[in-house]
Unconditional design. Structure first.
Length: 363
């Protein structure tokens, strides 16, 4: 009898050890799966950054990736834009947005923001609601709040929610911290793009987009093609007209030159005011040799224009009109390269040219 008991005890111990080993293997597999998922998420994040999308669309895509890959019920990213907190991405019904974009004012999350640590809240009774919820019974029963910081500057938060109480009790927050860091990396990566997009404006006199438009939305049009021709021109006598005749007439020169070019180029081409008397025309998908004849005709037509002088008695004698003089430089842009660096090179070329130069240059 004793021998049977001993054998049974040994069997139980063996099964217990085996069970422990199996549980460890399962846990290791879960950890591996979580790491693989996190790696895949990071790869999709990086792919999203490189897409030809606006910053807002990129953040929405990132949030959707999180929801899909981690099987999250609700995910919301809120960013402070310098004036107010704005929901950049969420899958929560719009009727709850007012609550979600003001969580920084909730007492329960203030310590989390101050200490830069996540905050987990849940209910014990299904009839209860989370402290930050106003009148939304039943939507969320547990949540994790992650404050977001870039270079030690608080920029907003990411909140995960579940309709199940204690849903995140056994969740590995280490993985979520990695995800949060990835979110921050993405936000940091697209911050320059966001600034550029916000600086895009229409120029008053030419009614053209400024160069910031080219570096934001305009680049998407240009990068549809492997190569394009970039043409920068300078109205070389604009400064002289401003000084000798008057700035109002100079402004008319800008208006009339811009209007003529807009009427004579394809909608596929981009025409922006670069800076002062300098302008850019991007011939998308066209090589420089193919645009030279067009530019020659354009230059000839523009320099034949006679712009009436606005200022009274500005010019003595009979001459009451002025004509623009233009200096052109053209080069090739290759998709994916630094367009802003290329434009700087063209600008420097025109700045170094003799003020009397009036030509078309290929570089």
């Amino acid at each position: 009898m004793l021998a049977v008991i001993v054998i049974l005890v040994i069997i139980v111990l063996v099964l217990l050890v085996y069970n422990i080993m199996i549980n460890k293997q399962i846990q290791n597999l879960n950890n591996v799966n979580q790491k693989v998922t996190s790696l895949n998420v990071l790869q999709e994040f990086m792919s999203t950054i490189g897409e030809e999308e606006s910053v807002d669309n990129k953040i929405v895509k990132i949030n959707n990736i999180l929801i899909e890959k981690y099987d999250i019920k609700y995910s919301t990213i809120v960013i402070f834009d310098g004036a107010e907190y704005v929901i950049k991405a969420t899958n929560v019904s719009e009727k709850h947005w007012e609550t979600l974009r003001n969580l920084q004012n909730e007492e329960i999350f203030k310590d989390s923001i101050t200490t830069a640590t996540p905050k987990y809240v849940t209910v014990d009774n299904e009839n209860d609601k989370l402290p930050y919820q106003k009148s939304e019974f039943g939507r969320a029963k547990s949540a994790i709040f992650f404050p977001l910081y870039i270079d030690n500057i608080y920029i907003g938060y990411w909140i995960l929610e579940s309709g199940v109480a204690h849903a995140f009790d056994k969740l590995d927050t280490t993985i979520l911290e990695v995800v949060k860091d990835n979110i921050i990396s993405v936000l940091k990566s697209v911050s320059y793009q966001s600034v550029v997009e916000s600086l895009s404006r229409k120029d008053l006199y030419s009614e053209l987009n400024n160069v910031e438009y080219l570096y934001g939305k305009g680049r998407k049009i240009v990068d549809r093609y492997p190569t394009s021709s970039v043409c920068m021109f300078n109205i070389t006598n604009l400064s002289e007209i401003n000084d000798r005749v008057g700035r109002k007439t100079g402004n008319n020169i800008i208006t009339e030159v811009s209007k003529h070019i807009q009427e004579n180029i394809s909608d596929e081409y981009l025409f922006v005011r670069y800076m002062g008397p300098k302008f850019l025309i991007i011939f998308s998908g066209v090589d420089p040799d193919s645009v030279v004849n067009f530019i020659q005709e354009l230059k000839s037509d523009l320099e034949k224009m006679q712009i009436p002088v606005v200022e009274q008695n500005a010019i003595k004698g009979k001459k009451k009109v002025v004509s623009p003089k233009l200096n052109f430089v053209v080069t090739t842009y290759y998709k994916g390269t630094a367009l802003e660096g290329l434009n700087k090179k063209l600008e420097e070329f025109l700045d170094k040219a003799d003020k009397s130069e009036n030509d078309i240059n290929l570089i």
